[in-house]
Ligand binder design. Structure first.
Ligand SMILES: Cc1cc2nc3c(=O)[nH]c(=O)nc-3n(C[C@H](O)[C@H](O)[C@H](O)COP(=O)(O)O)c2cc1C
Length: 250
């Protein structure tokens, strides 16, 4: 390697992955609506939550919090907020997955302070100084409105522009998109450890927010019921429509 050539970070892609087991995990994940009373061991639950946190996420800003609701009184209120669904009632664990837009600045700073190189590249520092503005909307949407105008002008100049938040709804969508990916990691991890789950959005959002004391920039995306699948916990075989409806190679 010449002196002028930049040394790049290298991470090997393991090739010895058992695809059959991966398939088994994905294909055997079902929405389970009834659980046994077997507890999920704490170390298994923690391992699954850790795998959830490895999900890809927008700009590595990790805009999520997972509330594992174990306090009996809170759990009882949460079951009620989940409309008393059987999955919630019988679950050994209830996890509220919350997308949040109130820690963008903090997470951007962390990306600089905890960047895993001894010296933080200038580009990374610059990126994380700028990126919060992409997802924030400001007081009374001032920043969102400013961006709306700026983007409109830039588009007339044939500029390509990234996804950005023009409104609090956009910011909510941004954080929710990423949080849902972690949710999928979580349910697949549970399955890999022999446990099951049911993602639920059948819940009273303001009530869930109240139980968890959430602020108005923290959005419960889904509640995940988890536990051991009861024998009669899956109500019907899995089915999907023809793949041609969903996949287009263009
Ligand atoms: C975002 C989301 C919300 C859901 N909400 C509920 C719910 O409130 N209650 C429920 O029983 N199932 C819920 N489901 C499960 C779906 O009904 C289920 O995934 C779908 O019917 C396909 O079945 P499968 O998961 O067994 O493949 C939800 C799934 C997702 C992804």
């Amino acid at each position: 390697m010449s002196n002028t050539e930049k040394k790049r970070y290298y991470e090997a892609a393991p090739q010895d992955i058992d695809i059959d087991n991966f398939r088994k995990v994905v294909e055997s994940r079902r929405s389970v609506r009834k659980f046994t009373d077997k507890a999920i061991p704490e170390d298994v639950l923690d391992a699954c939550l850790d795998l959830a946190l490895l999900a890809p996420n927008s700009s590595n800003l990790q805009p999520w919090t997972f509330y594992v609701v174990q306090n009996p009184a809170k759990k009882k209120r949460l079951v009620k907020a989940c409309l008393g669904q059987l999955a919630a009632k019988t679950a050994s664990e209830l996890i509220v997955c919350v997308a949040r837009t109130d820690r963008i600045d903090e997470m951007a700073k962390r990306n600089i302070n905890e960047f895993p190189f001894p010296e933080v590249p200038a580009m990374v520092k610059k990126y994380y100084k700028f990126i919060p503005y992409n997802y924030k909307t400001g007081y009374f949407n001032s920043l969102g409105n400013f961006k709306k105008v700026a983007f409109k002008v830039a588009r007339t100049l044939d500029k390509q522009l990234p996804v950005t938040a023009f409104s609090t709804d956009d910011a909510k969508l941004w954080a929710s998109k990423t949080t849902a990916l972690a949710c999928e990691n979580l349910v697949l991890a549970l399955r890999a450890y022999g446990f099951d789950s049911c993602m639920m959005e059948g819940f009273d959002e303001p009530l869930v927010a109240k139980i968890l004391n959430l602020n108005n920039q923290q959005y419960p995306v889904m509640v995940i019921a988890a536990g051991e699948r009861a024998e009669d916990g899956v109500f019907f075989p899995q089915y999907r429509f023809d793949r041609s409806l969903f996949i287009q190679k263009i």
